[in-house]
Design a protein around this ligand. Structure first.
Ligand SMILES: NC(=O)c1ccc[n+]([C@@H]2O[C@H](COP(=O)([O-])OP(=O)(O)OC[C@H]3O[C@@H](n4cnc5c(N)ncnc54)[C@H](OP(=O)(O)O)[C@@H]3O)[C@@H](O)[C@H]2O)c1
Length: 344
């Protein structure tokens, strides 16, 4: 029997119930995310908070947002929002997520969830204590093509998974944004870019038993790039790489004894999934319903979870978010990268 790919189970973005979002930190990704939410979902950003009133107002004017606040405290205190989207640099995620939770607001927290696992645990504990929804905004997990890959794993379509290969390189250093190179903002390739191949392989292999990293340190002290070798409990291997100093193909493959799936470049965006047999013959191909505004899928999933009274997502469970942060901690420890204030 010829193998074929399953249909994606991901619901349409515009079918999700409408919720009222507050955006915390109106930077680059907050702009892309808001444009995606407004273009493809029934939800609306109704409030925005910045450290500066003029930046909040400029964002509000650009996106038709009702209320602009010159502090994050004012934003999370807005009774007219259902949830907060934390879009600040990694170094600030813990405090900003805790701020929202303390105000009784569910939170979607940009990746990397926090600087390290200890900070992630603090947010997860606070969310569970308050019984509030928290989700890591690892947007790839919520995309239709990733659900096709997920089902291949669940259904054993590939046979026994033996290997994963994934890479993510973008040319964002040394001439890119400061948050990439600044240790105080928890910069570096790993937390910004490497987390995508790590998260992909973590899903494909069901976690790692062993992690070994080799890398290069930037002049500022953060990681410029690394290759990470992982081995799962079953003995499957993963080869993951990232760099912030050059643009790479950004491909991903899951390789089983019966077949393999390749995700086209860039694997972490809505993209094509190809199924190959052991003779490298393409057996089937999945094309996503849309390639733009992919950031909205996580917002739609969040809205569905909120409407259903859920406190976490099965697609990106909090315990897995924590385990992935532990992997990132291990990689940084092996490379000797420590952020200011982290224990030695
Ligand atoms: N999903 C994706 O595809 C994707 C893509 C890019 C980035 N990201 C993630 O999104 C987050 C933000 O990245 P970005 O590219 O949007 O960054 P950005 O353009 O620098 O925006 C971050 C915003 O955070 C606020 N902020 C709060 N504390 C800050 C501090 N100490 N230093 C600097 N800014 C601070 C600033 O807004 P105010 O001062 O106005 O409040 C700033 O505009 C990161 O977690 C990153 O990994 C995700």
């Amino acid at each position: 029997m010829t193998l074929s790919l399953p249909a994606s189970r991901t619901p349409d973005r515009d079918d999700a119930p409408p919720i009222r979002w507050g955006v915390l930190a109106p930077g680059g990704i907050a702009r892309d995310w808001t444009a995606a939410v407004h273009a493809t979902t029934a939800s609306r950003v109704v409030a925005v908070g910045s450290r500066a009133q003029d930046r909040a107002q400029a964002f509000a004017d650009e996106f038709g947002v009702d209320r602009a606040y010159g502090s994050y405290e004012q934003l999370v205190g807005d009774d007219g929002i259902d949830a907060v989207y934390v879009a600040s640099p990694h170094s600030e995620h813990r405090d900003h997520a805790l701020l929202a939770l303390a105000a009784g607001k569910p939170v979607l927290v940009e990746k990397a969830f926090t600087r390290n696992a200890a900070e992630a645990a603090a947010v997860i504990d606070a969310a569970r204590a308050a019984n509030l929804l928290v989700v890591e905004a690892m947007w790839t997990r919520f995309l239709p093509h990733l659900d096709v890959v997920r089902q291949c794993l669940e259904n054993g379509l590939l046979g026994e998974v033996k290997a994963v290969i994934a890479d993510h390189g973008q040319h964002l250093y040394p001439d890119g944004p400061q948050r990439m190179s600044d240790p105080a903002l928890a910069g570096g390739a790993l937390l910004d870019l490497g987390i995508y191949p790590v998260s992909f392989a973590h899903l494909a292999l069901g976690g790692f038993d062993r992690v070994q990293a080799f890398g290069t340190i930037a002049t500022t002290g953060v990681d410029e790039g690394e290759t990470i070798g992982v081995v799962s409990a079953s003995g499957a291997v993963g080869t993951l790489s990232t760099t912030m100093a050059a643009h790479s193909a950004c491909l991903a493959s899951v390789i089983g004894t019966e077949a393999r799936v390749d995700v086209d470049s860039w694997f972490y965006r809505p993209n094509t999934v190809r199924l190959f047999d052991g003779d490298d013959v393409e057996l089937d191909r999945y094309e996503p319903p849309a390639r733009t505004h992919g950031l909205a899928y996580q917002a739609a999933e969040f809205a569905r979870l909120l409407a259903d009274g859920r406190t976490e997502s099965d697609l990106m469970p909090l315990d897995e978010t924590l385990r992935i942060m532990q992997v990132l901690d291990e990689v940084r420890a092996q490379l000797g990268v420590r952020y200011p204030g982290e224990p030695g």
